[in-house]
Design a binder for this molecule. Structure first.
Ligand code: NI
Length: 256
């Protein structure tokens, strides 16, 4: 059994078959799924999916690419959503300097900090999205030494990974590790203690090989476990089991 710690079933890509697909996950060996939000609506959908499926949990948050309309009142709405017992994190939050039409960097940083403060207040972990913003993401995270989190779809350096492990943070990998250009990620996986690794699909995106280009779903998270198993010299079932336990511990989930 395996835990897909990051999948967006609120996405329109699942409109045709969302409920059937999610219903099929236990028989595909997926025992837990965490669905993060990217803005208020997707956070609400994440919570309602978590209410519907016992093996789905939610995070609520505003993604840097979706933060242009941020108002302080959003913090109240996130706080109210986070009171739900199946909301296990604030996310996904962070910085994205890749897309040119994203909100200005300083604005993204303000929204990131506000949500880190919310996580600290609520004693919830955070799910961090960091794209082409490694220096600023690391610096801001270090302003909140009492907040724990995960860097999802990790794309930073080995040096930063070492710092994150020392801070007690988790590092999570997607199907990107199966791509040809994944050399650096594989080197980082080789170094990381197994206790610091989680796996995810980021569905519907980042579909692992040999399905790259198709829609992704949690049934393909096994392919991420297999790649990590190769690097670590472990059996895929052991990687699945250890990352499942890591995810349960990190998100404070008892079931699954
Ligand atoms: Ni995501």
């Amino acid at each position: 059994m395996v835990f897909d710690t990051h999948a967006h079933y609120d996405s329109g890509a699942f409109n045709a078959d969302r409920l059937e697909l999610l219903s099929s996950m236990p028989e595909q060996g997926v025992s837990l799924i965490l669905n993060p939000g990217c803005e208020l609506d997707s956070s609400k959908t994440a919570v309602s999916l978590a209410e519907r499926f016992p093996f789905v949990y939610a995070a609520v948050g505003v993604h840097p690419s979706d933060c242009a309309g941020w108002q302080e009142s959003w913090l109240e709405e996130l706080r109210a959503l986070a009171a739900h017992p199946k909301v296990k994190a604030i996310g996904e939050i962070g910085l994205d300097y890749y897309w040119k039409d994203n909100p200005p960097r300083e604005f993204q940083q303000m929204v990131f900090r506000r949500q880190l403060e919310l996580a600290r207040e609520l004693d919830l972990p955070v799910i961090v999205h960091d794209r082409e913003a490694h220096g600023d993401s690391m610096a801001i995270v270090r302003e909140y030494p009492d907040v724990r989190g995960v860097f999802h779809c990790y794309s930073g350096s080995l040096e930063d990974a070492k710092v994150l492990v020392k801070l007690g943070w988790m590092i999570s990998f997607t199907g990107v590790v199966t791509y040809k250009n994944a050399r650096r990620a594989l080197e980082i996986i080789g170094w990381l203690p197994m206790e610091s690794i989680m796996i995810e699909t980021d569905s519907p995106y980042l579909t692992p090989e040999p399905f790259r280009g198709k829609r992704n779903d949690s049934g393909k998270v096994h392919l991420v476990a297999e790649k990590i198993a190769q690097v670590k010299g472990l059996a895929p079932e052991d990687v699945a089991r250890i990352t499942l336990e890591n995810g349960k511990r990190f998100f404070d989930i008892q079931e699954g």
